[in-house]
Ligand binder design. Structure first.
Ligand code: ADP
Length: 239
């Protein structure tokens, strides 16, 4: 089987700082891969490079044979790569259904009208927001805004979902629900790359992890092995 995503030689510099330095990793179809590392190690920059929000200085992001590093964000979304953001981004003044419909319009054969209405309702129910269709996004609690952002990402019918600290800031009960939701997406065959600091989530969701420190990959492999690696422990403790 060939990888769905192959990141190779990926680099990004901000002035004198090399935020991502020759990053490489593969993601197989159906896998959940965690992108880990201490603050400032380049994880969000890597996600921005993969989703096209930033242009790489060097390297490739091959997604099903297409180099995303050369594509614009809208086209990347249409190719089937969806993401959520570290700071939740919902369209605050629009209601939940309209938020999801905004995502549906991005499908290669965009959905509109009644079809969009019912698909938006199905997706809202999928993430646990049934009955909130006409509520303004701004009125939702924090976790529900996260659910809404996920529904909008799923509206693209992604083949690859990028989650940037989607589980951060949740209380223990919400965290369990959130983990179960992501796991159910994996069970449906969705491929996921996630940046996550919540170790319970990493343990229960990630098949494999890639660990970065100061822009460089310092470890990669099955989650349990990677998290026990002394180099990784040291990077996290900042020794
Ligand atoms: P992480 O997500 O692992 O916390 P980031 O990718 O956000 O790390 O940041 C990696 C490094 O790049 C940090 O030193 C950060 O300050 C720097 N950086 C990130 N974005 C920018 C930017 N737009 N301009 C300048 N420096 C940036």
């Amino acid at each position: 089987m060939s990888p769905l995503l192959r990141v190779s030689g990926l680099s990004k510099r901000f002035g004198g700082l090399v935020a991502v330095n020759d990053l490489h990793f593969d993601v197989m179809p159906g896998e959940v891969v965690g992108l880990l590392g201490p603050n400032g190690s380049g994880k969000t920059t890597a996600m921005n490079l993969i989703s096209g929000a930033l242009r790489a200085d060097a390297g490739q992001v091959l997604f099903d044979g297409v180099d995303l590093a050369r594509e614009r964000p809208h086209r990347i979304a249409r190719l089937g790569v969806a993401r959520t953001f570290q700071l939740v981004r919902v369209l605050a003044s629009m209601n939940c259904r309209e938020n999801v419909e905004a995502g549906l319009a991005f499908r290669p054969h965009g959905l509109h009208g009644r079809a969009a209405h019912s698909e938006a309702e199905r997706l809202l129910a999928r993430v646990g927001l049934a009955g909130r269709e006409t509520l303004a996004a701004a009125e939702l609690t924090y976790i529900d805004q996260k659910r809404l952002e996920l529904a909008r990402a799923l509206a693209l019918q992604p083949r690859l979902l990028l989650l940037d600290e989607w589980l951060a800031g949740l209380n223990p009960t919400e965290l369990r629900t959130g983990i179960a939701l992501v796991r159910s997406l994996r069970d449906e065959g969705l491929t996921v790359v996630l940046v996550e600091h919540v170790m319970d989530a990493v343990h229960s969701l990630c098949d494999r992890c890639v660990v970065m420190s100061a822009g460089v990959r310092i470890a990669a492999g099955p989650t349990r092995e990677v998290l026990a690696d002394p180099h990784v422990v040291k990077a996290y403790l900042g020794e």
